[in-house]
Design a protein around this ligand. Structure first.
Ligand code: ADP
Length: 606
């Protein structure tokens, strides 16, 4: 897993800042919710006042009902009107929050996906896709909870508390003070318990929740391997281990939340005693009527409702903040490879590639892989990269795609430094046929057209024909509309590779990278693929990472790598005659030397 750069203490602030930033982009809907919600809550604040008046009206006139009628009806109508206003305004406020939450959730989901997609290939190699998915979706839903908590719960609570305090305080300053002190103590205590006692354990539980997602996704996406080894029980046990940890961590959070809830309830009892006690004391001293006591009691019940739920709201707020932390942390994560400000588009014409004294050092390695690598691949040249495993062939190709930035020197394509152009524009002009082509779980037509969005059916079929893929596709039950299974599992290795070649044909990029499959293919597949590759290379600057040397014999030039250095260069015949590393590699693969020009369709002799 990638290291988190956020300091623990800062993360709550980061999450809130992140949320406020998104709110600021929706001022209209935010204003809508705040205004209607506050107005509806004011109705709650004034209700007890009229409850008090009602009781006063009844008690004042004793048995003379007629005299009391006007005041009683008045108070009753106001109370009903306030209740009605509360319902209507709340309804309008909820409409606003639906719109606000969905807008922000969509924006956040889209943003996070955009960001994660653009993280370096190293980042993706080090992260479980399943965990990342969980972080994004959990963060989106947490945002929904946070909205509801802050705007529909905390905001009204604050309005009620302050409003009641002022209203009561105007009549009896001592009452205002009691409520103010009680509220401040209660909220302070609740916040403290949540931040210091509950939140740290929740953070740990979330980490295990993420791991659970990762474990599930890892085992499920490698189901073929699991099946092959009959290892279902082993994976069950592995999940059981993670679930056991998740369980104990989550149990701790829930227990702590329960404890904190009980402490809050005890505090509420204290506040109730203080408020009612004060009201009775005022009454005893003749400073409050029966209606006043009714007023204070009703206010207390309103406040009690809000305060009791305040604990829950702060819990929810803490939970949603915790749930969003991992999503927000994506924003602290550097991209790895970044476009420079104002970077322009890459314009590849003929496709000459130059490595100019390149130095490259993988993070975590003791020494640099390339110390001072210079290499020119001419436009239209077909070059094979050969060498023992780990000698630096794949890295060369990764640097051309700028999956990493070089540590020193420059990589130029048609004279443009690739570090100064937009990555997407560079990569869209380099076609790649990967060693183990990965396909989307979409139709074959869509997979092939990925190289050129909007390609017509004829173009797709022409590319497939050139790639020797058309025939097997037509044999499939749904032809080009066949879904290929996750990552393309429903196709054989050779078929997947031909689909990838078709994709490259359609992309029609000036630069082509072929990473030859290491796994052995049946000889018929092999011939079909060789043929298609030959066709694909025509007229393009092509780089072939060759694992079987039979492939490279027909190429213009072979570059032999050893430990990050170019040790030999030349065509097959020259290098073979030279009797160096290339010769040894050939002999090792049991390949015979031939002086004859090699036919376009080289068949393996291994
Ligand atoms: P080849 O393609 O010739 O097998 P590579 O270019 O893949 O070799 O690797 C060259 C060296 O760089 C190897 O020692 C390999 O372990 C190391 N390496 C490759 N990829 C990474 C990576 N993402 N992070 C760290 N080291 C890497």
């Amino acid at each position: 897993m990638t290291a988190r750069t956020t300091k623990r203490g800062d993360s709550t602030r980061d999450v809130l800042r992140f949320t406020f930033r998104h709110w600021a982009k929706e001022p209209r809907w935010l204003g809508w919710v705040i205004v209607t919600m506050m107005a509806s809550t004011l109705a709650d604040v004034f209700m007890p006042l009229y409850a008090g008046r009602l009781v006063d009206a009844i008690t004042q006139f004793g048995a003379d009902r007629e005299a009391a009628r006007g005041a009683v009806i008045n108070a009753f109508l106001v109370m009903t009107g306030l209740g009605l206003a509360l319902v209507v305004l709340r309804h309008i406020a909820f409409y606003g929050i639906v719109e606000l939450s969905l807008r922000v959730m969509v924006k956040v989901g889209q943003d996070a996906f955009a960001r994660v997609q653009r993280f370096s290939s190293d980042w993706h190699a080090n992260s479980f896709a399943g965990s990342t998915v969980r972080k994004v979706t959990r963060g989106m839903w947490a945002l929904d909870l946070l909205h509801d908590t802050v705007l529909l719960a905390l905001l009204p609570s604050v309005v009620v508390l302050i409003g009641s305090m002022i209203l009561l305080g105007l009549n009896w300053p001592v009452m205002g003070v009691v409520i103010a002190v009680g509220t401040v103590v209660y909220i302070g205590m609740t916040v403290f318990l949540n931040i210091v006692y509950v939140a740290p354990s929740a953070r740990l539980a979330n980490a295990w929740d993420t791991k659970m997602g990762g474990t599930l996704a890892d085992a499920l996406s490698c189901n073929a391997v699991v099946k092959a080894f009959g290892a279902e029980a082993r994976e069950d046990a592995r999940l059981a281990g993670v679930l056991a940890k998740w369980r104990s961590r989550t149990a701790r959070v829930w227990m702590r939340a329960t404890n904190s809830g009980t402490i809050q309830l005890v505090a509420l009892l204290g506040i109730r005693a203080a408020i009612i006690g004060t009201a009775l004391w005022l009454w005893w001293n003749g400073r409050a009527t029966a209606g006043d006591v009714a007023y204070v009691l009703t206010t207390y019940f309103v406040i009690h409702g809000y305060l009791r739920d305040m604990g829950m709201h702060i819990n929810n707020m803490r939970r949603s903040v915790n749930d969003m932390e991992e999503l927000v942390a994506f924003y602290d994560e550097p991209f790895g490879v970044e476009d420079r400000a104002g970077a322009g588009a890459m314009r590849i014409g003929r496709g000459e590639i130059v490595f100019d004294r390149v130095r490259f050092h993988y993070a975590g390695h003791e020494t640099a892989l390339y110390q001072d690598l210079s290499l020119t691949i001419r436009a239209g040249e077909r070059v094979g990269l050969v060498g023992p495993s780990g000698s630096g062939k794949t890295t060369l190709v990764k640097l051309i795609q700028r999956l990493y930035d070089v540590t020193g020197g420059r990589v130029l394509i048609d004279g443009q430094d690739i570090a100064g152009v937009r990555q997407a524009s560079l990569r869209s002009q380099i076609a790649i046929v990967q060693q183990e082509p990965v396909l989307f779980h979409r139709t074959l037509a869509e997979n092939i057209a990925y190289g050129r969005p909007g390609a017509k059916r004829e173009e797709i079929e022409r590319a497939a024909k050139l790639a020797n893929a058309h025939e097997f596709i037509m044999d499939l039950p749904r032809g080009y509309e066949t879904l290929v299974g996750e990552r393309g599992v429903k196709l054989s290795g050779g078929e997947r590779q031909r689909v990838a070649i078709a994709r490259a044909f359609l992309a029609d990029a000036p630069i082509l990278i072929l990473d030859e499959a290491t796994s052995a293919l049946d000889s018929e597949s092999e011939v079909l693929i060789q043929e298609a590759m030959e066709r694909l290379m025509e007229g393009r600057t092509s780089i072939v990472i060759a694992h079987r040397l039979s492939t490279v014999r027909a190429l213009d030039r072979i570059i032999v790598f050893q430990k990050g250095r170019i040790v030999e260069e030349g065509n097959h015949a020259e290098l073979y005659r030279q009797g160096g590393l290339y010769r040894r590699l050939c002999d090792h693969q049991g390949m015979e030397f031939t002086e004859q020009p090699v036919g376009r369709t080289a068949v393996t002799t291994a």
